[in-house]
Design a protein around this ligand. Structure first.
Ligand code: 6PG
Length: 261
């Protein structure tokens, strides 16, 4: 009998403090993992929410030192299959916001490539992931995965279609899946539920009033029809960093404000 997942850790900060608090959370978890493991794997979330957080992490006065960044291997928890250099690419966005500033060895960047065919792109990224992590365990365990939340309850590029016919995480399943987004760009590749569940730490970064209802449905109702509700971590509690607007429909008891600093 599978034990119920640990309750999530929910950090709520005021809107002005969200970016700094989110950057602090990522920094703290990265530095802990670096101290524990020496070299760590970090999977970046796509979309708009994390972009100012990445820019804050790129600030040289941030908590991660250059010699520490050189021990971080970057992955993406999903990518849109758009032309190389397209501003809609999560890889292009992260390069602009963070990676160019960090000036990392090319060997630390494990970016998905937008092949012509989504299934081939997913398979190629899965090969790269397995090669880069060089582990025999399956699914491999990413040290820190960052995720966003769509207002329809998707996360990474796992949409409600990915829930059809699946009861739970299935052993031996693919690590990277090709999916179709209802919103353009339609063709995506994404970390699978299985790969996400194996992560050592998962942090959701969610801000804005437009996400308040879906945050309530995921965190308060536990709506199983939403992909984000189905993200569990066998390693320990998920962490949610919310600004007060995104948390505004959670009961006060769940909105434990976290003073900055
Ligand atoms: C993507 C993301 C996606 C995103 C949510 C929230 O490629 O779009 O991976 O899961 O995190 O859609 O997006 P916003 O942060 O832009 O609201």
């Amino acid at each position: 009998m599978k034990s119920p997942p640990d309750p999530p850790e929910i950090v709520v900060v005021d809107e002005e403090g969200f970016v700094a608090r989110a950057a602090d959370e990522v920094t703290m978890r990265l530095r802990f993992a670096l101290a524990e493991r020496g070299v760590v794997s970090l999977a970046l979330a796509g979309g708009a929410t994390p972009r100012p957080v990445y820019r804050a992490l790129a600030d040289s006065t941030a908590g991660v030192r250059p010699d520490e960044w050189n021990r971080v291997h970057f992955f993406w928890s999903d990518e849109r299959l758009v032309a190389a250099g397209d501003p809609g690419s999560n890889v292009v966005a992260a390069a602009e916001d963070l990676l160019v500033a960090l000036d990392l060895p090319a060997a630390n960047i494990h970016a998905p490539s937008a092949a012509n065919d989504a299934a081939e792109s997913a398979a190629a990224y899965e090969r790269e992931l397995r090669r880069a992590l060089a582990v025999t365990e399956t699914p491999p365990r990413i040290d820190l995965v960052l995720l966003g939340l769509g207002s329809d309850g998707h996360t990474a590029s796992l949409f409600s279609d990915q829930l059809k016919g699946r009861s739970a995480v299935s052993a031996g399943a693919a690590l990277i899946v090709a999916t179709r987004s209802p919103m353009p760009p339609h063709d995506r590749i994404s970390f699978s539920f299985e790969l996400l569940e194996a992560a050592r730490h998962v942090v959701f970064l969610v801000s804005g009033e437009s996400k308040a209802e879906v945050v309530r449905r995921v965190l308060e109702i536990g709506d199983p029809s939403l992909p984000a509700t189905r993200i569990n971590s066998r390693s320990g509690p998920l962490c949610w960093v919310l600004d007060s607007a995104a948390a505004s429909r959670l009961p006060a008891s769940r909105r434990n404000f976290d003073p900055p600093g």
